[in-house]
Design a protein around this ligand. Structure first.
Ligand SMILES: Cc1cc2nc3c(=O)[nH]c(=O)nc-3n(C[C@H](O)[C@H](O)[C@H](O)COP(=O)(O)OP(=O)(O)OC[C@H]3O[C@@H](n4cnc5c(N)ncnc54)[C@H](O)[C@@H]3O)c2cc1C
Length: 406
């Protein structure tokens, strides 16, 4: 495996580094609010074609030819500089590229630019109380009233685990529109405005103490007929595109590197037997093991990128799933060590741990909360057992596991 970049990509990296000297903002611009600074810098990065790189300029993106290596270089350099790059929110990260792939021209023009600017906030409505791993069994229904151009979808049923629905304006989700078709072919992908009387959002309290997930109830909720992405019954296929972006998001190696750097910093700050924990041979050993995981994750990500760069989409799918699996496991190890390093302070409830000064950077989330939360991504975007099955069956050619019959 040759991990060197060619001349063109090395030159590109140099340009990006040069551009990043403009972050943090200086002088008058440094006096702007944090949100304004992020918006200003991000808009400059879009203009330069670094952020939302291959989303066409007419939809508010960088308007560049797709190049996975350049994407990777941008993510790596922005992460290293702590600069605001492409947003990790579900709208910009997952829906916008899906609309570019499957949306109508009108949908792209209407939704992609304000989504990238975070003026429309989105949540993802896939899971239902009885349909998580077996997502295709979902029951939440949408019936078309009126014509395909001027009618409305009338929605009834329930979604669950809808992250950030409490802050979202719209939901992209899967609904059963063809009850007589087989289960995968009876689903459509709809965009639904949340601010309407037929929708109730109830928060779910999680063990971190936060309320990031919700139940969303639909009772004769409505959305316009043209808010369907792709064709009727094509929702499963459209949702696979979104899922691909979600798994890549979860497996982000730069994020793990950032957390690892923070962990090393924590090991320098906290004491063990009266000395900085980082001087303890046991702690050093654990840090070294975790760094191996971080590096493996980075290298495995490069393998996925190389396959994508060569246009080998299928060869890319399996490493992508393995990366998701591996990175969630590694992140748990990383957070567990942080939790242990906190000693008795780790027994504090998450919000109290914030107050004790263990917050990561300026953010409101403490290590304790992150340790508890690190268990979740192994379930989100497809639970570990299911991923293992797919890797076993498609990667190693093992016999298919039993499938639900309904
Ligand atoms: C952090 C987080 C964020 C999420 N955000 C969203 C969101 O924004 N929108 C959304 O729609 N959903 C979201 N989800 C829900 C997520 O997609 C589901 O939790 C996931 O698909 C698993 O479904 P389930 O919870 O119903 O578990 P189940 O499907 O009931 O699974 C329970 C357990 O059984 C195992 N299992 C199930 N079937 C099999 C099988 N055939 N073979 C072997 N083992 C099996 C699973 O691996 C798991 O361990 C989120 C979940 C988490 C944790």
């Amino acid at each position: 495996m040759d991990l060197r970049y060619d001349e063109e990509h090395e030159r590109f990296r140099g340009e990006v580094r040069e551009f990043l000297k403009g972050w943090p903002l200086q002088d008058d611009e440094a006096a702007l609010s944090e949100t304004e600074q992020i918006e200003l810098f991000r808009s400059r990065a879009i203009e330069r074609g670094y952020v939302y790189r291959d989303i066409p300029a007419e939809y508010g993106g960088g308007g560049q030819e797709p190049d996975v290596l350049k994407d990777h270089i941008v993510r790596e350099e922005f992460s290293r500089a702590g600069a605001p790059g492409s947003s990790y929110l579900q709208g910009p990260a997952m829906l916008a590229p899906t609309l570019i792939e499957f949306g109508s021209e009108a949908q792209r023009r209407r939704f992609v630019p304000p989504t990238l600017r975070e003026e429309i906030r989105w949540c993802q409505g896939y899971s239902e109380p009885g349909s998580g791993s077996d997502l295709a069994s979902l029951q939440c229904s949408a019936v078309l009233e009126g014509g395909e151009s001027d009618g409305e979808w009338v929605i009834n049923g329930q979604k669950i685990w809808t992250s950030n629905a409490q802050e979202a304006d719209w939901l992209f989700g899967l609904f059963r529109t063809e009850p007589d078709a087989t289960k995968h072919k009876g689903i459509s992908y709809l965009l639904v405005p949340l601010d309407q009387p037929g929708i109730e959002i109830r928060p779910l309290r999680q063990m971190t103490g936060g309320e990031d997930f919700n139940e969303v109830f639909f009772e004769n909720a409505r959305t316009a007929a043209d808010c369907i992405v792709g064709q009727r019954g094509q929702g499963w296929q459209v949702s696979r595109a979104t899922l691909k972006h979600e798994r890549n998001l979860i497996a982000n190696p730069n994020l793990m590197r950032e957390h690892f750097d923070d962990l090393v910093e924590l090991a320098r700050r906290v004491l063990r037997n009266g000395r900085p924990a980082i001087e303890d041979p046991g702690v050093r050993q654990r840090l070294a093991e975790i760094e191996c995981h971080v590096r493996t994750n980075e290298t495995s990500n490069l393998r996925q990128l190389s396959a994508a760069h060569r246009g080998e989409e299928l060869k890319c799918m399996l490493p992508m799933m393995m990366n998701k699996l591996y990175s969630t496991d590694s992140m748990q190890r990383l957070m567990k060590l942080a939790y242990e390093l906190l000693g008795s302070d780790g027994l504090l409830a998450p919000r109290e741990a914030d107050l004790a000064g263990y917050a990561r950077g300026e953010g409101p989330t403490g290590w304790v909360e992150q340790w508890i939360f690190s268990l979740g991504p192994a379930i989100a975007g497809g639970a570990t057992n299911i991923q293992l099955n797919i890797i076993g069956e498609r990667g190693y050619g093992l016999p298919r596991d039993l499938r639900p019959t309904s």
